[in-house]
Design a protein. Structure first.
Lengths: 288, 346
């Protein structure tokens, strides 16, 4: 990867990070959820809603068959309406502010101003959803069923309504129309398990590297190395170890994992020492 | 809160190192994680008072750990974990401040009427627009009945058009012999259908508001047009009074709800066009929240209207009684919304 590509990737990533300062003065650096995740979450929710409706339908059919009354039809229509309208609202009012689909994707709804997420905001953002999902379908349906609408007009209508539905693709914060109206964001809320501290493992001190050997890499490379070490894939470890050996001119003499671990420990100690003195070396292209 | 520097694990590291930092504070993070999981699964009631006191302390300890780790540590797994934990903690600690029951109570007692009161100007405008639509089509259809077919769908009208006889029209109002034969079989199905359909239309007219309120106005005008056309047909056959009763029993609630949903949409639209001193986005989001509250109310009103239309209208066939019920409902809504009350300031 070239330096330019590297910097570009980091800048792109940084654009998705939004400042979010808690009353304690710590910036939580929330990351905006991507459009793909949002769409995935919506899909999961729609599938779940339809699954519930199907089960509900089977149930009411069974009851209706047993009791021979049309009250089941009423229950069914009401139930379908309530489920469609309040599925999203109900779940997002909970403490995790996420529907099952959003939970699965590791995202949640947050008030844009940093305050708490109010019920009005949740209601406002989800009632707009009706429009966003419904309007393109309605345009299609209306165009298909009536002869007086020509194909081109129908196309224009669908395109117009799609710009509403796909509004989130056209702004940096990935806000739907509903988010815009309600003053909310959807951000990443993944859980990260606390992995073991690999810098204190016993096998780390087997080799000693010189300062010149450690000076070739920066923070980005260190964290990539960490990823490989935590991944524990022998082939990846072999490749990375060979690359490092070639770079610093060491013969292949020890096990890959022992080599990488001790290199990691010493590189980390060196770079963290730099941090304490106010020097943050982002990657190997930055000056030491 | 942070326990004295007794390392959880014996570590042969220099006096300050990120490994030592982690070993010293890890216990707090794990405790905080467990507490949050318990809070998420079982709610605040499940926590003992001891745990409740611990919660903010552990939260602050975690945030301070995050700050230190960001400045000193390069361990990505550690940073990721602390960030995720802090975000989770922040939203739980600062998120919910009242119980659902309290929230519900406040919504019905204060928030809902207050939101409706705050859009009174828009409500008036929409009411006028509906009236204007009704007058337009009424005068057009009265002069030339052919206009009727431009305004009302063949399916929707169900034979209620200018060609129908007065007797037939009377039966559609629930009077006469034929009405009794029709019975009550499809009653509740019909009511439910009306409710879901009207709710959809209302939600749409609210949601379309952000386009500067124009589609909302058009939708409401169109609602008025259908109404006026029907009115013209019935009054031409001398059934205006009966038709009024037929409409009035649920119409006061339903049209009120329609006007409110349009007002909610218009509220957003005007906020987008005239944001005032605020930013356009902020104005839209503030208007959107008020309008959202109005809309929850609208859905409930439409539910009441569906009940009145499906059951009330079919069971109450006396025209005067219908007028009385409709007036009573209107008075109830007006009193509920507009009688001033002492605000609950929270």
């Amino acid at each position: 990867m070239t330096a330019a590509a590297n910097a570009k990737q980091r800048a792109a990533k940084a654009k998705k990070i939004r400042q979010f300062v808690t009353p304690e003065g710590v910036d939580l650096e929330l990351r905006i959820a991507s459009a793909g995740l949002r769409f995935g979450a919506l899909l999961v929710d729609l599938i779940l809603i339809n699954l519930v409706l199907l089960l509900f339908w089977l149930f009411t059919e069974w009851i209706g068959f047993a009791s021979r009354s049309d009250i089941t039809q009423v229950v069914w229509m009401l139930g379908a309406f309530l489920l469609r309208t309040f599925w999203f609202i109900g779940f997002e009012l909970g403490s995790r502010a996420a529907t099952p689909g959003k939970r699965l994707m590791g995202i949640r709804v947050v008030a844009r101003d940093g305050g708490r997420l109010t019920a009005d905001a949740v209601v406002a953002r989800n009632l707009i959803r009706e429009l966003e999902l419904f309007l393109p379908l309605m345009m299609l349906g209306a165009g298909a069923s009536e002869d007086m609408v020509s194909g081109w007009i129908m196309l224009a209508g669908v395109l117009w309504s799609l710009t509403l539905s796909l509004f989130l693709l056209f702004n940096r914060d990935r806000m739907r129309m509903g988010d815009l109206i309600a003053g909310t964001w959807v951000v990443m809320a993944q859980r990260a398990k606390l992995d073991a501290d690999i810098a204190v493992d016993a096998a780390g001190g087997a080799m000693i590297f010189t300062d010149a050997e450690l000076a070739v890499y920066g923070i980005f490379e260190l964290q990539e190395l960490e990823r490989v070490l935590r991944g524990r894939d022998p082939r990846a470890m072999r490749e990375v170890a060979d690359a490092i050996r070639a770079k610093i001119g060491r013969p292949i003499a020890e096990e890959d994992d022992a080599f990488l671990l001790s290199y990691y420990r010493q590189l980390k100690a060196r770079l963290e020492r730099g941090l304490l003195f106010g020097k943050r070396r982002e990657d190997k292209y930055a000056s030491d | 809160m942070i326990p004295p520097a007794v390392p959880a694990r014996a570590i042969d590291a220099p006096n300050f190192s990120t490994s030592r930092f982690r070993a010293e504070r890890e216990a707090d993070w794990i405790a905080f994680d467990l507490l949050l999981t318990k809070l998420e699964k079982k709610g605040a009631k499940a926590l003992t008072s001891d745990e409740l006191l611990q919660l903010p302390l552990l939260y602050r300890a975690t945030l301070s750990s995050l700050s230190i780790a960001r400045a000193t540590s390069l361990d990505k797994a550690l940073l990721g974990h602390l960030e995720a934990l802090s975000i989770r903690g922040y939203f739980l600690v600062y998120g919910v401040r009242e119980s659902r029951w309290n929230r519900l109570r406040r919504f019905f007692l204060y928030d809902w009427p207050a939101a409706v009161r705050s859009v009174w100007k828009e409500t008036l405008i929409i009411a006028l627009v509906i009236l204007l639509g009704a007058l337009t089509s009424y005068s057009l259809v009265s002069n030339n009945p052919e206009w009727y077919f431009n305004f009302v769908d063949e399916e929707m009208s169900g034979g209620r058009d200018p060609r129908a006889t007065a007797e037939y029209l009377q039966t559609t109002l629930g009077h006469g012999k034929a009405a009794a034969e029709k019975g009550e079989s499809g009653l509740h199905v019909f009511a439910t259908y009306l409710f879901t359909h009207n709710s959809r239309v209302s939600i749409l007219s609210y949601a379309l508001g952000f386009a500067f309120g124009v589609p909302t106005l058009m939708l409401e005008y169109y609602q008025g047009i259908g109404l006026g056309a029907m009115m013209a047909v019935f009054s031409a056959k001398g059934l205006a009074f009966d038709f009024g009763g037929w409409l009035f029993i649920h119409g006061t609630t339903e049209l009120f709800a329609a006007a409110l949903s349009g007002a909610a949409g218009l509220h957003i639209g005007t906020a987008v066009v005239f944001p005032g001193a605020r930013g356009r986005l902020q104005a839209a989001s503030e208007a959107g929240r008020t309008a959202g509250k109005v809309m929850v109310g609208v859905i409930m009103m439409l539910f009441a209207a569906g009940l009145l239309e499906g059951f009330g209208r079919q069971l109450i066939t006396d025209t005067m009684l219908r007028y009385a019920t409709g007036t009573l409902m209107l008075l109830f809504w007006l009193a509920y919304y507009y009688i001033p009350r002492r605000e609950d300031v929270t």
